[in-house]
Design a protein around this ligand. Structure first.
Ligand code: 5RP
Length: 218
């Protein structure tokens, strides 16, 4: 089984968590693209979606799935999204696709975060994947200096502008022993919009695709 087939198997399995007549929170990335394609097969059973990126919005709409403004809804039962890394404590690094801020907002509203991933994403300790930090453009150099003080090596993601008009610093070699504390410290740097640590609000359920099949981990 290829990595993409494992992503697809996990994405299709996540349909089991979608209730009829609900609005579904939808993340961003290649695993989520499989989920959107799977969601299209049950689109007449759901009321629509809330999206975490322009990319996912386009794909949802291309399938004829209505996309709602997050401000127009009061509750969201389920948010389905991928991850770049996830631990057994359900803390994640996200933002490889630069959609971390909107992903974190939709995840904050949702009652349940369903993470869909292939088993290469499961790690003992976060940080091998460079930690994305979304930054207001004029604060880029200042924030980079502050991240160096925290022990990281920030690298400007050239040519990438987020859906919110900001830039991304990818922080390499960061020691992430306490993900919740680090999430807070990075977010308290002036000029940071948010960082890709999803530890304060981690996943509730991991739908993990591997060569052996799909496991549901709670
Ligand atoms: C986008 C993300 C994605 O969920 C993450 O990068 C995983 O992507 P993929 O499913 O393509 O492996 O956080 O900002």
């Amino acid at each position: 089984m290829t990595q993409d087939e494992m992503k697809k198997a996990s994405a299709v399995k996540a349909l089991d968590f979608i209730e009829n007549d609900t609005i579904v929170g939808v993340g961003t990335g290649s695993t989520v693209n499989h989920f959107i394609d799977a969601l299209a097969t049950i689109k007449h059973n759901i009321n629509g979606a809330v999206s975490s990126s322009e990319e996912s919005t386009k794909r949802l709409q291309a399938h004829g799935i209505e996309v709602f403004d997050l401000n127009s809804i009061n509750t969201l039962d389920v948010y389905v999204d991928g991850a770049d890394e996830i631990t057994k404590h359900m803390s994640m690094i996200k933002g490889g696709g630069a959609a971390l801020t909107r992903e974190k907002i939709v995840a904050a509203v949702a009652k349940k975060f369903i993470c869909i991933a292939d088993d290469s994403k499961q790690v003992k300790v976060l940080g091998n994947f460079p930690l994305p930090v979304e930054v207001i453009p004029m604060a880029r150099s200042y924030v980079a200096r502050e991240l160096v003080k925290l022990g990281g090596d920030p690298v400007y993601r050239q040519g990438v502008v987020t859906d919110n008009g900001n830039v991304i610093l990818d922080v390499h070699n960061m020691s992430i022993v306490d993900p919740k504390a680090l999430e807070d410290s990075i977010n308290s740097i002036v000029g940071v919009v948010t960082n890709g640590l999803f530890a304060q609000r981690g996943a509730d359920i991991l739908v993990l695709g591997s060569a052996q099949g799909v496991d549901i981990i709670k």
